[in-house]
Design a protein around this ligand. Sequence first.
Ligand code: ADP
Ligand code: MG
Length: 225
Amino acid sequence: MTPTLVELEHVSLTYGRGDAAVHAIRDVSGRVGERDSLAIVGPSGSGKSSLLHLIAGLEKPTSGTVRWPAWGGTPRMDPTVVGVMFQAPSLVPSLDVLENVALPLTLGGVPDADAFGRATAALEALHLASLVHALPEDLSGGQAQRVNLARVLAARPALLLADEPTGQLDRRTADEVLDVIIGSVIERGIAIVVSTHDERVAARFAGRWTVRDGAVTAVGEAVSA
Ligand code: ADP
Ligand code: MG
């Protein structure tokens, strides 16, 4: 077993209180190790995003514990530790592609020259060098999600969390973007946890947690779609 990056022990997450309470996650335990490749699979509303937010430290559990042993046990909302990709790329519209990719680094205090150098390298690695001066509005959906990936990778995280990263793309573009995501994390030794409702996407990852109504109902290896 590889060293543990994140571990969850009897984790539950309830949004709201009383009559309005939604039990989004119910008693989930599990771990994510270095270089793991994991899909969280379930229908819409089953709790996939909530689980990813707990793993990222973006939500605190209502009960149970989430620990990050590799980083001294505490949550680290730091792009150099955990990179997060959402379904929509959320690029800043007024900044060009290079500036968008460099932004988390400059915000994190990396000097401009270094930040732009790393951003350029990340874009080149994903064959996006010709787009460095494009604006987000000029990008196709697939290009925008690749730029989003470059932005996450430029920070060199140990763990990439991707919440339905291809959910807004047509099937062919989704397959191409998935190829790039999976190739990139393998090459860089990054662990990945992806959420998806799509069995074809899930089948590309080595492990799977099946989620139903906030509970992980099965943990195992990928099932071919
Ligand atoms: P999925 O990503 O699988 O679609 P979510 O984790 O987004 O599932 O949602 C799980 C459940 O929690 C759903 O019933 C959803 O409506 C509810 N939920 C998600 N976020 C919130 C929130 N911020 N406040 C209240 N309920 C929420
Ligand atoms: Mg979701």
